[in-house]
Design a protein around this ligand. Structure first.
Ligand SMILES: Cc1cc2nc3c(=O)[nH]c(=O)nc-3n(C[C@H](O)[C@H](O)[C@H](O)COP(=O)(O)OP(=O)(O)OC[C@H]3O[C@@H](n4cnc5c(N)ncnc54)[C@H](O)[C@@H]3O)c2cc1C
Length: 468
């Protein structure tokens, strides 16, 4: 969609439907909201800050009348280019952050701009727990989490965001307000419209409010194991064995040797030379049983080929081990200026083979590839560090990215476990879903957004999925 109205006209019209301080048209604001956490950038004509569902509805009615594209945005931490605007209006939801907890119904209602950490804290204040825990939780918004179906290390035990969304308030591209779901914990009444918006990446409607399910607080104690492997195939196979072990295993994170090397200068844990990778395993339970569970896990890991096993039960010792994982994003970002974060996910019994594929891709395309992620879900993050300005290197990087996707798909995997398709992966979508599935997605988009004004250019590929 190209805006048929001049930017000045758009600015003037926006100031009729919102207060002047909710509309920014200056170059600095437009550039600031032209990014997400990828290397892609765009430039909106206007940046707006709605404070209510009514504000969002007014902006979408206006955009619909003027045929102007609208790009919904939370905190802009997305890793697939989903919030990058291309002209039009950047619709920033971060002023909408109220949260109200209904503890007796084990749920809360959060506006879309509330951060994940604020939602977790609000739940905890009532002795309840909101499990989704993306690494960006202190900044990322609930709206962004829902739009991407985000997850985190504890996804192994608790699943992704979709499990916790009971209902939504969504503004459709024509400005109409749609309520989905409700306060019941079960709901088999008609199509699951709520779930349709989960993972829709801001292409079908703008989420303004979410009703989120809370669960009882998990047992208070944890133990952490650091497990080092000399070979990736042993490590990959151990993941499946450990994941089957017990409900007490709540996260199982992977760092390959290249990630360990990046973290080494900053990390607190000295590791022996020659490891292919490590797993960090977190067990949760009660003090009296945890040492036994930790011992069982350690024995199983040794039997599966772990050559380094460290068990931490004291809080400080555990925090020490987890710091290694927490340092990863910052440490790898320092290797080279451009970071391409992939998110391929494979079935657990294919993980060992996929890790071997990634090593082969690293060698074949001579790219600086580091691999870490939520191994217990088969969700790994192959990250390529490169220099965007180096055309020769970028050609190899693009080929390596395509090879990563092909390898994942060949193994029955998928393009993204949690970061979404956005701008970066959309042209690979036809390889990952059937023509009929792609056609269905296009039809849904047409139904909700016949003018194609909401987050155009995202998720759906430029070609493919034509009528069968
Ligand atoms: C350091 C770091 C660590 C990360 N770790 C994880 C992780 O562990 N797990 C994980 O899943 N992700 C992770 N991410 C990715 C990112 O944080 C998540 O995808 C997050 O859910 C994005 O939220 P956001 O508010 O920043 O959304 P944005 O980046 O602003 O937007 C993301 C997408 O959602 C759409 N959107 C945003 N708000 C709305 C709304 N209200 N209605 C409709 N559409 C909307 C946008 O249009 C866009 O398509 C990480 C990112 C970083 C930078």
């Amino acid at each position: 969609v190209t805006a048929p109205v001049a930017d000045e006209v758009l600015g003037r019209e926006l100031r009729h439907v919102l207060r002047p301080d909710q509309v920014r048209l200056g170059a600095v604001d437009r550039v600031t909201y032209g990014y997400d956490a990828t290397y892609r950038r765009g430039l909106p004509a206007a940046v707006v800050f709605p404070e209510s569902t009514e504000d969002v509805s007014a902006v979408l009615r206006l955009a619909s009348r003027l045929h102007v594209p609208v790009f919904p945005r939370g905190a802009g931490t997305g890793l697939s280019g989903g919030a990058v605007p291309m002209g039009g209006i950047a619709l920033v939801l971060t002023r909408m952050r109220s949260i109200s907890v209904e503890p007796e119904a084990m749920q809360l209602v959060a506006e879309a701009g509330a951060t994940t950490a604020d939602v977790q804290a609000a739940a905890a204040a009532h002795g309840l727990y909101y499990p989704p825990d993306p690494g960006s939780q202190h900044v990322a918004t609930v709206g962004g989490n829902i739009a991407e179906n985000a997850a985190g290390p504890h996804g192994l035990r608790y699943g992704a965001t979709d499990r916790y969304v009971l209902g939504l308030t969504v503004v459709l591209p024509n400005g109409e307000v749609l309520e989905t779901g409700g306060r019941t914990l079960k709901n088999a009444t008609g199509y699951r419209l709520t779930q349709l918006f989960v993972g829709s990446e801001g292409t079908l409607g703008v989420i303004t409010r979410a009703r989120l399910r809370l669960v009882p607080k998990p047992p208070p104690d944890t133990a952490t194991l650091l497990l080092g492997f000399a070979g990736l195939s042993e490590l990959g196979r151990a993941v499946g064995q450990l994941a089957r072990l017990s409900e007490s295993l709540v996260s199982l994170e992977l760092l390959d040797r290249h990630t360990i090397a990046a973290v080494a200068g900053r990390g607190p844990v000295p590791l022996p030379e020659g490891l292919a990778g490590v797993l960090l395993a977190e067990l949760r339970g009660y003090k009296d049983v945890l040492p036994r569970l930790a011992q069982q896990t350690a024995d199983l890991a040794r039997a599966a080929g772990a050559v380094v096993v460290q068990v931490a039960v004291e809080r400080e010792a555990q925090a020490h081990l987890w710091r290694m994982r927490e340092e990863v994003a910052a440490a790898v970002a320092r290797l080279k200026p451009t970071k391409i974060s992939e998110d391929a996910t494979v079935p657990l019994d294919e993980l060992a083979g996929f890790l071997a594929d990634l090593e082969a891709i690293r060698r074949e395309y001579r790219v600086e590839l580091v691999v870490f992620g939520h191994a217990g879900d088969g969700n790994v993050h192959p990250n390529i560090l490169c220099r965007e300005g180096d055309a020769e290197e970028m050609t190899r990087v693009e080929a390596a990215v395509a090879a990563i996707f092909q390898a994942a798909l060949r193994r029955g995997g998928t393009l993204s476990g949690e970061h979404g398709i956005g701008l970066l992966k959309r042209d690979f979508l036809p390889h990952a879903v059937s023509p009929a599935a792609l056609w269905t997605m296009r039809e849904l988009k047409r139904l909700f957004d016949p003018q194609g004004i909401l987050n155009p250019g995202k998720l759906l590929p430029s070609t493919g999925g034509e009528a069968p």
